[in-house]
Design a protein around this ligand. Structure first.
Ligand SMILES: NC(=O)c1ccc[n+]([C@@H]2O[C@H](COP(=O)([O-])OP(=O)(O)OC[C@H]3O[C@@H](n4cnc5c(N)ncnc54)[C@H](OP(=O)(O)O)[C@@H]3O)[C@@H](O)[C@H]2O)c1
Length: 222
């Protein structure tokens, strides 16, 4: 599921030919208010039950919150927060009723730290992590689970060319394994686990100032 039909059709063709399965591609803009309900309705109509759901679609924008274009901000909130929550509500409930299912929410290491100069990206990723932890705490049994993958920079999207970014296949594989195991939060890298630990002990104002100065310089602001 994504917005670009041509890419979805390419992936559908590739997966069907490689794995001998039938793929249903749904073109949908998840930044629209009604998107999650429409997807649920379309799959119900087609009588397709979802056993495994990966909430990967997400986006960010650089810049200060108070300078952001309100409409762009609202679209980001719908994509990263509202759709992820409603998809979890619709499909998570069905998984629970069937007594099996896995949800993987692709959050970020940004979920553990203040994220100045990144518009609302960091706060939305923190929400996604807390949503996952909330749903995990409410789960019934061990067979319908929810996992948050919290990667650092990955060679895709904005970080495609960053030297320190991790390979996409590796990040996806680690998330998939954690999802099948029903783990709550997936952070396999020791350095990121150390950052998470440090973030829990450094005063928030100190983190916000340090990261703010660093990210401001990254985007070339005075
Ligand atoms: N790259 C990183 O360094 C990094 C680090 C931590 C976490 N993450 C998280 O990883 C996830 C994937 O990010 P990425 O870096 O791989 O980004 P990406 O390369 O831009 O891919 C984003 C995917 O989401 C889809 N998408 C974007 N907006 C959408 C919308 N409004 N409706 C439906 N589909 C939409 C895109 O397809 P269409 O454009 O065709 O819609 C694309 O398939 C995100 O949740 C991001 O927060 C990324």
């Amino acid at each position: 599921m994504a917005r670009r039909k041509d890419r979805l059709e390419e992936w559908k063709f590739e997966i069907e030919n490689s794995y001998g399965v039938r793929v249903t591609a749904i073109v949908k803009d998840l930044s629209r208010e009604e998107a999650a309900r429409e997807i649920y309705g379309e799959l119900q109509e087609k009588k397709i039950a979802v056993d495994q759901m990966v909430n990967n679609a997400g986006a960010g924008k650089m810049g200060r919150v108070v300078d952001a274009d309100p409409e762009t901000m609202q679209a980001l909130l719908h994509l990263n927060v509202v759709s992820v929550t409603l998809l979890g509500r619709y499909f998570g409930r069905d998984m629970e009723e069937r007594g099996r299912g896995r949800i993987l929410n692709v959050s970020s290491m940004g979920a553990f730290l203040p994220d100045p100069w990144s518009n609302v990206y960091g706060p939305t990723k923190a929400y996604e992590r807390f949503l996952t932890e909330t749903m995990y705490g409410e789960r019934k049994g061990e067979n319908a689970t929810v996992t948050a993958r919290c990667p650092g920079p990955t060679k895709t999207g904005w970080a495609r060319n960053a030297k320190f970014a991790k390979n996409l296949d590796e990040v996806a594989r680690e998330g998939f394994i954690a999802m099948q195991r029903g783990e709550l939060v997936c952070i396999p890298d020791a350095d990121y686990r150390a950052i998470r630990c440090l973030a829990a002990h450094l005063p928030a104002a100190c983190q916000a100032d340090l990261i703010g100065r660093w990210q401001k310089s990254l985007i070339g602001q005075e």
